[in-house]
Design a protein. Structure first.
Ligand SMILES: C[S@@+](CC[C@H](N)C(=O)[O-])C[C@H]1O[C@@H](n2cnc3c(N)ncnc32)[C@H](O)[C@@H]1O
Length: 301
């Protein structure tokens, strides 16, 4: 299976699909969510994005489905080029697909020895190896703290800094060996997953892309349109939550001269929706999923 869609029913309900509406699936992946959205369309259209060529190669388009190889951070421009200025709903299921993780040569997984690559888009320039071998130690530390919540980020970064002076770190195994002494005995797998996750987020500029997507969703959604986002990382979830609540990433209320709060969105989920025990049992990837839904509203003037 390419990828088992997470919180499928909840996402579809959240999108509140109109059969003639225009929708965006920002993260096509294995097409699980896309397939379910398309089933509900009559004359409507779904524009699906993925920056990974491998995900969309040989995928069938239809009268209701257009698939585009692009980063979702350019959604607005691409939609305009396709003749759409406003849409009724946007879905983003962030991060990597199971297929990407399980393809050894992509370098996403701690389980396989491969080149330290981790690019979702093979046309993009920076790889995980370049980050590991060229970033100053202080920048590595910031990255491991922010994106992996690695507790000993300073020691880890210094260790990498020392190791690469002797020999370039080119592969996943070389990285794991180089940082061996930083890895705790208990929870080694979790620790390595956090290290790899930080690199992946940095390689793919996932935080900046998400911010761009959220900003553009404000411009692209019709009034009443739905924004549906699944994130797998607390930092991403915080950005989504703040944007849906306040229209900014810092979580600062924007007030008009009368002291009334103004926000382009109304959150429809106070707390994020999480996967049930049953879904987690079937699909372990759903364990860390947090789904938030908001509606585009008019800003009071
Ligand atoms: C979690 S998977 C999506 C799975 C999909 N919902 C399904 O049901 O099969 C995330 C996908 O989004 C893609 N992706 C991640 N960030 C992206 C971005 N900034 N622009 C476009 N695609 C992105 C990845 O390449 C990956 O294929």
């Amino acid at each position: 299976m390419y990828h088992n869609p997470v919180l499928l029913k909840e996402c579809i309900e959240g999108l509140d699909i109109q059969e003639n509406g225009i929708y965006v699936d920002a993260t096509f992946g294995g097409g699980g969510h896309t397939e379910e959205i398309v089933k509900k369309l009559n004359n409507g259209k779904l524009i699906a994005f993925d920056q990974d060529k491998d995900a969309i190669n040989n995928k069938q388009e239809s009268k209701n489905l257009k698939i585009i190889h692009a980063n979702f951070r350019y959604m607005r421009r691409i939609l305009t080029e396709q003749g759409f200025t406003k849409v009724d709903g946007i879905l983003a299921d962030l991060g990597v697909s199971s297929h990407q993780i399980d393809t050894p040569e992509r370098g996403f997984s701690t389980r396989f020895n491969a080149a330290l690559d981790m690019r979702m888009d093979s046309n993009s320039v920076i790889t995980a190896a370049e980050i590991v071998n060229t970033y100053p130690v202080a920048r590595l530390q910031k990255m491991f703290s922010a994106y992996g919540e690695v507790t000993n980020a300073a020691t880890l970064s210094r260790t990498i800094g020392d190791a690469r002076q002797h020999k370039k770190i080119n592969t996943t195994s070389e990285l794991i060996i180089a940082i061996e002494k930083c890895v705790p005995h208990h929870g080694a797998n979790k620790y390595l997953a956090q290290v790899f996750q930080s690199l992946r987020i940095e390689v793919n500029q996932e935080v900046d892309s998400l911010k761009d997507l959220l900003r553009e969703s404000k411009d692209v959604l019709k009034e009443g349109g739905k924004l549906v986002v699944i994130s797998y990382h607390s930092l991403e979830d915080r950005l989504v939550k703040n944007y849906m609540r306040y229209g900014n990433f810092e979580g600062i209320p924007d007030k008009d001269v009368y002291g009334r709060e103004r926000s382009p969105f109304k959150p429809l989920t106070k707390k994020p929706i999480e996967a049930s025990e049953g879904e987690i049992e079937q699909n372990s990837r759903s364990r860390s999923a947090k789904l938030r839904i908001a509606e585009r509203i008019a800003i009071a003037s």
